[in-house]
Design a protein around this ligand. Structure first.
Ligand SMILES: Cc1cc2nc3c(=O)[nH]c(=O)nc-3n(C[C@H](O)[C@H](O)[C@H](O)COP(=O)(O)O)c2cc1C
Length: 199
């Protein structure tokens, strides 16, 4: 399937990492993916705290139209398995939303769309951001992994020799997109190295 035909749901929650979700959104757009964006109330607060602007202000300055779905709207098409999608990313994923998805309680559209994604056996990529992790976090992640989700924390790599925060964000985003089969221009893959002669 080409990138152009893809429809991906992007849920953004109130964990730290607004810039990660914005990079993912830009990379999905660049790949020609149709995006349904859901932003939690706390993601709005964290966005303002971390970047000085709200999501609304940031989105206003982005080219192209993005379909935004209301976080509280359980009547959205995304709340039903009958609506088509090729998968969902929740990035960053708070421990609260992670727990809600693990418990299957669908308290808002992000949790419901994630629940639907799992029941329809579509790819669900969760990008949890918390440190350190307690037993409840780890148990929830294990249960979600058993249910078919991919747990992909935004852990940076350094072998591509990043020189800026942007470099780190691009590589994290590229790894997340790759797990949905979307290859972004930013993806750096380690191709091995001949053993050094030096001890
Ligand atoms: C500045 C800020 C940073 C936060 N960072 C995290 C975080 O990294 N991980 C996390 O699980 N919660 C974090 N929280 C707490 C969540 O925002 C809170 O649990 C919220 O209820 C999550 O709701 P949501 O999942 O519906 O967005 C943070 C809150 C604030 C204000």
């Amino acid at each position: 399937m080409s990138n152009k035909q893809r429809k991906i749901i992007l849920g953004v929650t109130g964990a730290s990492g607004t810039l990660i979700s914005r990079q993912i959104l830009l990379d999905l757009q660049a790949a020609g993916v149709e995006i349904s964006l859901i932003i939690s109330e706390w993601a709005e607060q964290v966005s303002h705290h971390e970047t000085g602007i709200t999501w609304k202000e940031w989105l206003k300055n982005q080219p192209g139209s993005i379909c935004q779905e209301e976080w509280k709207n359980m009547a959205s098409k995304l709340a039903s398995g009958s609506s088509e999608s090729d998968g969902m990313i929740v990035a960053p994923c708070s421990m609260g939303t992670l727990g809600g998805i693990a418990a299957g309680i669908s308290r808002n559209l992000i949790e419901r769309a994630a629940d639907v994604t799992l029941k329809e056996k579509r790819p669900l990529i969760l990008v949890p951001r918390e440190a350190p992790l307690n037993r409840i976090h780890l148990t929830n992640m294990l249960n979600l992994s058993d249910a078919g989700a991919t747990i992909l924390p935004p852990i940076p790599s350094f072998y591509h020799k990043p020189e800026s925060i942007d470099d780190l964000l691009c590589q994290i985003s590229a790894r997340i997109l790759k797990s949905l089969g979307i290859i972004s221009d930013h993806l750096y893959s380690w191709r091995g190295e001949e053993p050094s002669e030096e001890p």
